[in-house]
Structure formats: structure tokens, C-alpha cells
Design a protein around this ligand. Structure first.
Ligand SMILES: Nc1ncnc2c1ncn2[C@@H]1O[C@H](COP(=O)(O)OP(=O)(O)OP(=O)(O)O)[C@@H](O)[C@H]1O
Length: 340
């Protein structure tokens, strides 16, 4: 028998560890595009899951954005059935007509479809093939746009997707390893043309920025960027807990937040409290910028009678005596809320 290729073994170990923490009822479903990362993940899951007493299936989403995408999805599904995965689903989604750019719209449609399939099967988890390289790119992009600790924490190894745990077993595995595993196993991989399209910042980071960093600073830079995410995520978890408790204490009996309680908080905690409150009020996390939060903060810490501050979505926040309160904006002649 040929010896097991090290990348194949490393990926199986990563999957075994990820599965160990999951509920035991319901199948684990691999979200697979047919690219090397998610195909290597699917192959490892097909090997590991039955040995861990679990059922594993696969879902592949056809965005319908390129000619031949339907055949690609069918080919992934056929491979999965041959590999012993079940259930196997291909889902065709409609990307046109969704808000945001094409990439965001495709992502939105994909996650909605994945969540629907996972919910239908009562899946123990949905697994995605994000790698350490994806994590390093995410951290670098967050750093470049000044995203702060929330962005620098990168992608969590586990999060909730509409009631199903979304798990990323390969966050400590390099992309070179997933490719090598696919070669060792003779798996036919598909390259998503979007991944090398220079129109996308992530593609430019992948093709141009990371190779320069690796050549200037050494190959450890990818691990180090990914480790930064893990370290920052641990700090964030503590600060988020403090902020959660502080938000509860700052709630004013008449509604709104007590400015006195907010003023006493450390700025890092107060910023999180204000951000969490703005989310509660309905501001979308994606649209809420540090400028919105800084304006709320100024109502607490630099109060000189300034006017209301507007949140994305049009809600306004103002200071009334010792409280921050929110209210709907007054109607404007064109019916739109000011600011945003
Ligand atoms: N067409 C698809 N069908 C099923 N799963 C997919 C599909 N495309 C991507 N995925 C899943 O998502 C993972 C990440 O893919 P990719 O990096 O292309 O997406 P992304 O949009 O950058 O990631 P994210 O959705 O987290 O932002 C893949 O490893 C795979 O698990």
C-alpha cells in the first residue's frame, strides 16, 4: 500500500478534530464548490466521518454565472456520490436582483441556499473549506481598511448560520496542502475564475501582496497573520462579554442608555456597547462604520449640545439630559431619512 501523503493525513486530522466537537445527530454537510480547498475537505470528511460513526453529505451551489456551471455542479455531485457521501445536493440559485455587487450577491445567495439545505436535513454542521491562506488574506484586508479588532479577528472556526453551526476545519491548513492533497488523491479540481480576477481586492492580495510579503518576510508570515486572528479573537471575546454586561447596566428604566454609566466605561468597552446598541436598534453591521460609533461616543464623552446623530437605516440618536435615546427621523420632503 502506498504511504499516506502528509497533506492528506494533515487534513484528515483537522477534520477529525472539528467533528469531535459537534452534536452527533444529523449529517455533517460539506459545502463544496469543486475547488481544491473544499474538495480536499470533502474527501477527508468522506473518509473520517463514517469512522467517527457519522453520516456526511455534500452540497454544491450553482450560481449560474458562467457557462458550464451546471455541468460543474453535476460533476461535483457525481464525484461525491462515488465517494460515498450522502445526502448529496446541487442547488441552483438566482443571483441577479440581489442587493450589493455581484460577489456579495452570489455569496448571499449561496449562504441562503446552504442554510436552507442544512436546515432541511437537520445537519449537525455545515463545513466550509476556508484555509489558513484565506484567513491571512482576511486579516490583511481588515488591516488595510482599518477594520479594528473585529476585522482583525478574521473568520471564526465556528459560527451560527441560521441555526446550523458553520464550521471551518481547515483554518490551520495551507492552500498548498489542499492542492497537494487533491493531487495525491487524483481529485479533479475546478478553479473559480473569480478567485484570480484582479477586479477583486482579495484576488489582488492573493496574487500580488502575499507573495511579496512571503518573499520579504519569509514563509512564516501566513501562519503569523492567521495566528493574529486567533489571538485577537480571544481578546475580542473577553471585551464582548464585558460590553454585554455593561450594556445591561447602562439601560435606562425609561428606555435608551444612561450616559453616566457609559461615561465610566473604558473606551474599548464603551465603543462595543454603543455598537451593540446600534445593532439592536436595527443598524446593519455591514453599514455601521467607526464614524457612526464615534458620533454616538461624542454624545456621551464630548457633549456640548450637538445635534442628533444618524445611524444607517435612518434612525437618529440624540442625547436627552442624562440619556441617549433613539427615534425615527422627521419626514423630509422627498420621504427619505437624512444621513445614513
Ligand atoms: N459554489 C459553492 N457551492 C458550495 N460551497 C461553496 C461554493 N463556493 C464556495 N463554497 C464554500 O465556501 C468556501 C469558501 O469559498 P470562497 O473563498 O470562494 O468564498 P468566499 O465568498 O471568499 O468565502 P466567504 O463566503 O466566507 O466570504 C469554500 O471552501 C466552500 O466550502
Amino acid at each position: 500500500m502506498a504511504p499516506l501523503a502528509p497533506p492528506v493525513a494533515a487534513i484528515r486530522v483537522a477534520v477529525r478534530r472539528a467533528l469531535a466537537d459537534l452534536p452527533t445527530d444529523g449529517p455533517v454537510l460539506v459545502a463544496c464548490s469543486g475547488g481544491a480547498d473544499s474538495l480536499a475537505l470533502a474527501a477527508a470528511t468522506a473518509f473520517v466521518a463514517p469512522r467517527a460513526g457519522r453520516t456526511a453529505g455534500l452540497v454544491t451551489v450553482d450560481h449560474g454565472l458562467q457557462s458550464g456551471s451546471g455541468q460543474r455542479a453535476e460533476a461535483v455531485a457525481r464525484w461525491a456520490q462515488g465517494a460515498g457521501l450522502a445526502p448529496v445536493e446541487t442547488v441552483r440559485v438566482e443571483v441577479a436582483g440581489r442587493p450589493g455587487g455581484p460577489e456579495a450577491a452570489a455569496r448571499d445567495a449561496r449562504y441562503q441556499a446552504l442554510a436552507e439545505v442544512a436546515g432541511r436535513y437537520g445537519a449537525a454542521a455545515l463545513l466550509t473549506g476556508h484555509t489558513r491562506d484565506d484567513q491571512a488574506e482576511t486579516v490583511l484586508l481588515a488591516l488595510a481598511r482599518g477594520a479594528g479588532p473585529r476585522g482583525l479577528a478574521g473568520m471564526p472556526a465556528r459560527r451560527d448560520l441560521a441555526g446550523t453551526p458553520l464550521v471551518r476545519p481547515l483554518l490551520e491548513i495551507g492552500r498548498a496542502e489542499t492542492r497537494a492533497a487533491c493531487v495525491a488523491l487524483g481529485l479533479p479540481t475546478w478553479e473559480d475564475p473569480h478567485n484570480s480576477d484582479p477586479a477583486y481586492a482579495r484576488s489582488r492580495v492573493r496574487a500580488d501582496v502575499l507573495p511579496v510579503l512571503v518573499s520579504a518576510l519569509g514563509p512564516g508570515v501566513l501562519d503569523n497573520l492567521a495566528r493574529t486572528a486567533t489571538l485577537v479573537a480571544a481578546d475580542n471575546a473577553v471585551l464582548d462579554e464585558l460590553a454585554d454586561a455593561a450594556l445591561g447596566q447602562a439601560r435606562h428604566p425609561d428606555g435608551g442608555l444612561a450616559t453616566g454609566a457609559l461615561a465610566d466605561l473604558a473606551p474599548a468597552v464603551r465603543g462595543r456597547v454603543l455598537r451593540a446598541w446600534a445593532h439592536e436598534l436595527g443598524a446593519s453591521p455591514a453599514a455601521l462604520s467607526h464614524r457612526h460609533v464615534a458620533a454616538l461616543d461624542a454624545l456621551v464623552t464630548a457633549w456640548r449640545g450637538q445635534r442628533a446623530s444618524y445611524l444607517p437605516g435612518g434612525l437618529r440618536v440624540l442625547r436627552r439630559a442624562d440619556r441617549l435615546v433613539s427615534e425615527l427621523p422627521p419626514a423630509t420632503p422627498n420621504g427619505r431619512a437624512p444621513g445614513g
